[in-house]
Design a protein around this ligand. Structure first.
Ligand code: ZN
Length: 306
């Protein structure tokens, strides 16, 4: 059985990549359900998908990516519009799964798909509700440590069985603790300097989760890489918001209610940090690990004189 699979993998390298892509599209449609229902405290298994009008959606109108395109984003029952976010999340998950397969050996690739799924769910729930549910952050952290103990190759640990399992578990646990600790202290310092919470408790637990799967280098990169990505993405957005905000302020001032206007566009307004941590964590897992790790080694050599 295993030999047959290895044979397929060697002779038809695209086969499992395609399978990962298609599986990712189907899994992505399940992630859509999770993103929508978990914050509402509803079951992700029952009932099946229903349209906004209450009618159940038949399976042939529920094919990932394709159905949305074929139906042009409208429900077949009542013509209700479906958000473009559904097919986007399905396509995104499909591509992430394909990349995970291409960049890792089979077992770490499968664990990576789970890790990336958690990142996708947390990202969109954080965008919608400004929270990252504990089942993703804390639950993911525990899962990351357990999987690391079971599969040492996740952290590229080789050696005799029991020793390798322990070593891999220690790498994961250290990653979780350093990640969570780092973000905790940054948030404490940030609160002293800026006099308001820059990052939430959710971010502390979330970087701990990233560290459990990626080790401390991945967690540290998620924090600083996330801040870097955030400033590239956020600065233009905040600038535009400010410019638009001024127009709005002027209009509202004419109405005599200008005093509330600047609250919503103030610099550093409530912006979820989770999505940027997730993007950086995903980039680390898929591509940047060798470069980031090499950088830390060089950094240590320069500053610690090793
Ligand atoms: Zn409908």
């Amino acid at each position: 059985m295993l030999e047959t699979l290895e044979f397929i993998n060697e002779d038809f390298p695209w086969f499992f990549t395609l399978l990962a892509f298609l599986g990712g599209a189907i899994w992505g449609s399940f992630l859509n359900v999770c993103i929508y229902r978990i914050p509402a405290g509803r079951s992700v298994v029952y009932p099946g998908s229903t349209c906004a009008c209450g009618k159940p959606i038949p399976w042939y109108h529920n094919i990932p990516i394709l159905s949305w395109v074929i139906l042009l984003g409208r429900a077949s029952c009542c013509g209700e519009k479906f958000s473009v976010r559904y097919p986007v999340i399905e396509l995104m998950t499909a591509m992430l799964f394909g990349m995970s397969w291409l960049t890792h050996p089979p077992l770490p690739a499968l664990i990576g798909m789970l890790f990336l799924s958690f990142l996708v769910c947390s990202t969109f729930i954080d965008l919608d509700h400004m929270i990252i549910p504990d089942r993703f952050s804390i639950g993911g952290m525990v899962l990351g440590v357990l999987l690391s103990v079971c599969v040492p190759s996740l952290h590229a640990v080789e050696g005799p069985p029991v020793l390798a399992n322990i070593q891999s578990g220690v790498i994961s646990l250290t990653g979780a603790l350093i990640g969570a600790g780092l973000v905790y202290w940054i948030s404490v310092l940030g609160e002293i300097v800026f006099r308001k919470p820059a990052m939430g408790e959710g971010d502390v637990k979330f970087v701990g989760f990233i560290g459990a799967f990626c080790g401390w280098q991945g967690a540290v990169f998620a924090m600083f890489g996330g801040a870097f990505i955030g400033s590239i993405v956020l600065l233009p957005v905040l600038l535009v918001a400010r410019l638009l905000g001024h127009g709005q302020e002027a209009a509202e001032a004419e109405d005599g209610e200008g005093e509330e206007a600047d609250e919503s566009v103030a610099f550093g307004a409530q912006v979820p940090f989770g999505p940027m941590l997730a993007v950086a964590g995903g980039l680390y897992f898929l591509w940047l690990e060798p470069y980031v790790d090499a950088y830390f080694v060089e950094f240590a050599a320069t500053f610690l004189g090793k």
